[in-house]
Design a protein around this ligand. Structure first.
Ligand SMILES: Nc1nc2c(ncn2[C@@H]2O[C@H](COP(=O)(O)OP(=O)(O)OP(=O)(O)O)[C@@H](O)[C@H]2O)c(=O)[nH]1
Ligand SMILES: [Mg+2]
Length: 532
């Protein structure tokens, strides 16, 4: 027996980004023509998209693992790698996406609505894109990052204007088959219908959808029969139609008891779900009608006529039909159309309902405690030694992009870290050179021995943040010292002058100081070559 598939687990893996390429242009007479390695292409994403043609999640039951293609690596001569194509998975309208803990991630309503389960990795830059004024010919390229990997649970909650509810074999599938183009399986055993069938009915100018859901039995809200598996489908329908079998020969069953049993189950279920969907009309308050089926059987017709007044007293509109002879179906169709039109005018759809939208998972950015630059540093102990744990979207991605066999690439990574301020932050939080630094998650990160020299900023090494050894070593004079030096100089000059004057007076010199300077300048002028 086919199993009831409207809840499946999907393991989605985004495609890996292609690696960037390292290449140098070759040209005749130009031995080093500059870098020309192309970029890798981004990996494809795994995306769910609501498709009106799709009615079941059965496909995922058979192939739960879905992987989008990888991006192609870049090549020389500036050829960039192709992007991996997104893998679009068609899902029925009303698919709910949950994580493995049962939290709702997205509720896909409306044709074309998308949800990205696992995004593809980034393609790596080639050495052409990495070249800059300072780094003219990079001997490295960035690696592509791996695609994201996520496991989600998909759950289908059918959306239709009207849901047919009733005991197994009441004739729900027969009814939808008689009124629409849907061709569900019909058979004389309970639980023939395992997956909901949707049919489109046209009555007059009104066109509406009807969902035929699996049969309901007492205890369903506690999980009996197919239990909650299908009560879910009723949840999204604007109106309900009770289909009641008037020809059943089962002991203990008659139309009124059946109806009570159905209402009790719905009420139980409604209570359970009401907390979740507070903005929708409660299940028990949705408009409903009663269809008494199988009146082509004489006893059934009698019974139907007999109980009709009772039902009407309870406030239901009642229709006696036979899906076999098609008796009463026309009136039923118009009554359903009326009901639908009434519901539709009551709640005009908001704009968001008609527009298809793209739902993306929350970006990793802005995690709690992260600083403005997008990373956190926390101190952990590992065997008595401190371990500085760095988390953040950027630093983690940069590590993934680095080819650790290439020193130049490692240097580039170090530059990026320093630029982001990780270096400064490590100093600030009290890390010491030689300490272990873990970047990324515990199980999948990269551990470095921290060597600030490698990263620049080595001069900060000796002292704590705010002090700089260079400052202590220099002897730039203060203003006061400068003034003192000036006076010293002046004094010395005055002394020398006085001494000279004294010597001149004593007759050691035959000319004054000024005369001597003038003579000296004349001499210099004569020595200079003539200008032409
Ligand atoms: N005589 C008669 N038999 C009917 C009529 N409608 C349905 N049946 C029969 O009732 C049986 C059950 O019909 P289904 O339409 O499969 O019933 P269902 O409510 O979809 O049942 P589940 O899918 O098991 O919940 C089938 O053998 C039908 O041929 C009717 O109007 N008259
Ligand atoms: Mg059925």
């Amino acid at each position: 027996m086919a199993s009831f598939v409207d809840r499946v687990i999907v393991h989605a893996t985004g495609g890996n980004g292609g690696h960037g390429c390292v290449s140098v242009r070759r040209e005749k007479f130009k031995p080093l023509g500059g870098p020309d390695g192309g970029n890798g292409g981004d990996g494809g994403s795994v995306i769910l998209r609501v498709d009106g043609q799709s009615t079941t999640l059965l496909g995922f039951h058979h192939s739960p693992h879905q992987k989008a293609p990888n991006g192609e690596p870049g090549k020389g001569d500036l050829r960039h790698g192709f992007k991996g194509q997104d893998l679009i998975l068609s899902v029925p309208d009303g698919t709910v996406v949950k994580d493995r803990r049962g939290n709702v991630l997205a509720d896909l309503l409306g044709e074309g609505t998308e949800y990205v389960i696992a995004s593809g990795g980034y393609g790596g830059l080639g050495n052409a894109a990495l070249s800059s004024q300072k780094r003219k010919a990079p001997g490295f390229a960035l690696l592509g990052t791996p695609g994201a990997e996520h496991e989600v649970e998909l759950e289908l909650k059918s959306i239709a204007d009207i849901a047919l509810v009733g005991f197994p074999s009441a004739g729900k599938s027969s009814l939808i088959a008689a009124m629409s183009a849907a061709r569900p399986k019909i058979a004389d055993y309970p639980f023939t219908t395992l997956v909901p069938n949707l049919g489109v009915v046209q009555a007059g100018d009104t066109r509406f959808t009807v969902a035929d859901v699996p049969g309901l039995i007492p205890g369903a809200s506690q999980g009996k029969g197919l239990g909650l598996e299908f009560l879910r489908h009723v949840e999204r329908c604007a109106a309900l139609v009770h289909v009641i079998d008037c020809a059943t020969l089962e002991p203990g069953r008659d139309p009124l008891t059946d109806l009570d049993a159905l209402e009790t189950e719905l009420a139980h279920y409604a209570q359970d779900i009401q907390d979740e969907n507070q903005d929708t009309v409660p299940l028990t308050e949705r408009p409903r009608m009663v269809v008494l089926n199988k009146i082509d059987v004489p006893e059934a017709r009698e019974l139907a006529e007999f109980i009709r007044p009772d039902l009407e007293k309870r406030g239901y509109r009642v229709f006696e039909v036979s899906t076999a002879s098609h008796e009463g179906l026309r009136q039923l169709g118009f009554a359903m159309a009326e009901l639908v039109a009434q519901v539709r005018t009551e709640d005009e759809p908001d704009e968001t309902d008609t527009q298809s939208q793209v739902v993306r998972p929350e970006p990793v950015r802005g995690r709690r405690g992260e600083n403005r630059k997008g990373f956190t540093i926390s101190r952990e102990d590992r065997g008595g030694e401190p371990l500085w744990h760095v988390r953040g979207e950027k630093p983690e991605r940069w590590v993934q992009q680095t080819d650790f066999n290439n020193d130049e690439a490692v240097g580039y990574l170090a530059d990026r870290f320093a630029k982001l301020g990780i270096e400064d932050e490590l100093f600030r939080t009290g890390a010491r050179p030689g300490d272990a630094v873990l970047i990324g998650p515990e199980d999948n990160g990269v551990v470095f021995d921290w060597e600030p020299t490698m990263v620049g900023g080595a001069e900060l090494l000796g002292g704590p943040r705010g002090t700089d050894l260079r400052l202590d070593e220099t002897n730039r004079p203060t203003r006061r010292e400068k003034r003192e030096q000036f006076y010293d100089r002046m004094d010395a000059k005055a002394e020398a002058r006085a001494e000279l004057e004294a010597e001149r007076k004593a007759g050691v010199w035959t000319e004054s100081v000024d005369q001597a300077r003038g003579r000296h300048l004349d001499q210099r002028r004569q020595d200079l070559p003539e200008h032409e």
